[in-house]
Design a protein around this ligand. Structure first.
Ligand code: COA
Length: 377
């Protein structure tokens, strides 16, 4: 490729393309906030539902507002019969994200407000999509195993209900709370690739379902949401604590990337990894299954010692989800169960103050070509 004449920011690295009131990341100090609230504070004191309200409305809810949101979410979890029928009819996916992408796109065909671009309709669609993402992922997992989907339980919160729909039993309160915290941690992350994709789509004034479909396709990639699944596959391949160091050394010698490490924005530890590390350890201790935490720790020590690269959000979510009994191929869809809150908040923000997102590229291809008839080439 020719040398760039203009200054090209490959991968938009370091480029600020908009102002946003939703989420801030301080990559130097490892600080993440939603609407000014520190993620560590939210992880200790808040719930996923409260974080959703905060992301959508820009402030913490009062008791009545939170109750209303909880009711709305639980009332809208049920999927249309046509969507469940479609889920059963689709061919087996090579990856669950294919099915999720297809079904989220299909939801718009059954949403009477799909093309209504009023702020009120878009808020209602954001709520429905957030309510239904978990039901879709759990139903997918059940159908894939030849089991019947389990109807949502309106008495359970979002996190507990997801685990219930997945496994068919009311989860241990400790598991439900751990998953609730995981949902809070994954709910938003500023202009990450999938959120950016959603905002690009929204900036054409395309509908909310289209924007979220773009986001899901983007989250699927192994450099983004697909990393958590790859981390667990690596931990399973390592298998025993004594194999962790040689395994990672071998990867590094081959100049391969170790999934769950590194970040475009954080130059220090990802603050979500700090919470998830403790969660992985606590879950491991409570269930008597510390092995995956210990292998993870050994991999992390090696990465810090040899490469000075820190764990990101995907690294310890892998071992935590494993101990929670979430199937490995669901890890990326589970990311979407949470990130739908941030995606929709960003799309609403984009609509509220829209400008078409349309960057430039420096052309480096051939010039002054003359058209030659096909028989003369
Ligand atoms: N394992 C090994 N080396 C890594 C690494 C990893 N996970 N992440 C970054 N590096 C190294 C790169 O090899 C590169 O080294 P070099 O300069 O000697 O070539 C340097 O660190 C910069 O990495 P680069 O991929 O150019 O940074 P980026 O900002 O474009 O990419 C990620 C950021 C997240 C895509 C990248 O760190 C990565 O691929 N991580 C693994 C996937 C992952 O966990 N994704 C989830 C992100 S939340």
């Amino acid at each position: 490729m020719a040398e760039a004449k203009a200054e090209v920011k490959v991968g938009l690295q370091g480029v600020i393309i908009a102002q946003s009131d939703i989420c801030s990341i301080d990559g130097e100090h490892g600080k993440l906030t939603y609407r000014g609230y520190d993620i560590h504070d939210l992880a200790v004191h808040s719930t996923f539902e409260e974080a959703v309200y905060l992301l959508w409305h820009g402030r913490m809810p009062g008791r009545k507002e939170l109750d209303t949101l909880q009711e709305e979410l639980s009332e809208n979890r049920q999927l249309a019969g046509e969507i469940l029928a479609l889920l059963r009819e689709l061919p087996p996916a090579q990856h669950p994200m294919e099915t999720l992408r297809t079904l989220i796109s299909a939801l718009s065909l059954y949403d009477p407000e799909a093309e209504d671009m009023s702020p009120e309709a878009n808020r209602r669609k954001a709520m429905r999509l957030t309510a239904q993402m978990g039901t879709l992922v759990a139903a997918f997992a059940r159908v894939r195993n030849g089991e019947e989907p389990i109807a949502p339980d309106p008495t359970l919160n979002h996190a507990a209900n997801f685990l219930y729909m997945l496994k068919g039993e009311t989860p241990h309160p400790g598991d439900a709370r751990s998953f609730d915290v995981a949902l809070i941690l994954h709910a938003d992350h500023s202009f990450n690739a999938s959120t950016f994709a959603a905002r690009v789509t929204a900036s054409t004034l395309s509908d909310l379902h289209s924007a979220i479909t773009s986001a899901i396709g983007t989250l699927k990639g192994p450099l983004h949401g697909g990393a958590n699944e790859q981390v667990m596959r690596m931990l399973l391949e390592i298998g025993t604590l004594d194999r962790a160091e040689p395994f990672v050394r071998n990867l590094l010698e081959q100049k391969a990337k170790v999934m769950g490490f590194g970040h475009r924005v954080y130059h220090t530890e990802d603050p979500r990894a700090t919470v998830l590390r403790k969660m992985s350890e606590d879950l491991g201790r409570r269930t008597g299954n510390l092995k995956w935490f210990e292998i993870s720790r050994a991999v992390e020590n090696m990465m810090i010692r040899e490469k000075k690269i820190n764990a990101n959000v995907d690294f310890y979510s892998a071992s935590a989800y494993y101990v929670l009994g979430i199937p490995v191929e669901l890890y990326t869809p589970v990311f979407a169960v949470s990130r739908i809150a941030g995606w929709t908040a960003h799309v609403l923000e984009q609509y509220a103050n829209n400008k078409l997102i349309r960057p430039l590229a420096e052309y480096t291809g051939p010039v002054n070509q003359r058209y030659v008839a096909i028989d003369n080439r």
